[in-house]
Design a protein around this ligand. Structure first.
Ligand code: ZN
Length: 235
């Protein structure tokens, strides 16, 4: 009783020093809100791809890599709430935003029988040099939240990145594919063989990175690979 009273006093005090504000619109959060206010949460532009086989993201991968399913939580647009959230996650140390968005989407994925049957979640790894620079991998944060919601295991030790890639933005599709083709390796083949794996990334832009990672996993006899992102910015 005394302890819970103290905890509540501490959190009230912290709120005075660091007011809890919405990470997207900066309005104060109500007591039951976390990271986003109810308004911003409601207006996130969800894709609902997980409920629709052959959705536009899956068609984007057709002929490139045989994925079981492909999905993303929201459409990603420049200047949007989601872009502000991802920016804070990647560049401002807001790892809590990654876990929050991952958990939010994980709870929605429970509506899909196929995503419920995933065996293991794997974040797209960063190269070691980038990891050292940033201090964390944003995809790990998303993966943690999603794994918690789906009640499935996740690992950052299975898929590894062998080399850093150049910036993808000024390359055409073939050059991008060439750039990432040998980037990934599987450190623990026994963990992937015969499994349905779910690869997790923050924003899916060209899909080249996920394509290369999925190819590596399939080489090691994963039964099937699905992919999920928080944002979908395919062109
Ligand atoms: Zn808001």
């Amino acid at each position: 009783m005394l302890f819970s009273h103290l905890t509540s006093m501490c959190s009230d005090l912290l709120r005075l020093i660091y007011p809890r504000i919405c990470a997207a619109c900066h309005h104060a959060l109500a007591g039951n809100e976390e990271v986003l206010c109810s308004f911003c949460l409601f207006y996130l532009p969800r894709t609902h791809f997980h409920l629709h086989a052959d959705n536009e993201l899956e068609r984007h991968f057709w002929g490139r890599v045989p994925l079981r399913r492909a999905t993303a939580f929201c459409y990603f647009q420049k200047g949007s709430r989601l872009q502000r959230l991802i920016h804070q996650l990647k560049y401002e140390g807001r790892t809590d935003i990654g876990r929050y968005l991952g958990k939010l989407y994980g709870l929605e994925l429970l509506q899909s029988a196929e995503f419920q049957q995933v065996d293991l979640l794997l974040p797209v790894p960063l190269h070691r040099s980038r990891l050292l620079q940033r201090g964390y991998n944003q995809a790990d944060c998303i993966c943690q939240g999603m794994a918690e919601a789906l009640q499935k295991p996740w690992s950052d030790q299975v898929l590894i990145r062998r080399q850093a890639t150049d910036s993808q933005t000024r390359k055409n599709r073939f050059e991008r594919w060439e750039n990432v083709a040998d980037v990934f390796a599987v450190a623990r083949p026994a963990a992937v063989a015969g499994k349905h794996l779910l690869l997790i990334d923050d924003v899916i832009t060209t899909g080249s990175t996920l394509e290369a990672a999925a190819h590596s996993l399939l080489q090691y006899e994963a039964a099937s690979v699905s992919v999920a992102g928080i944002g979908c910015a395919i062109r």
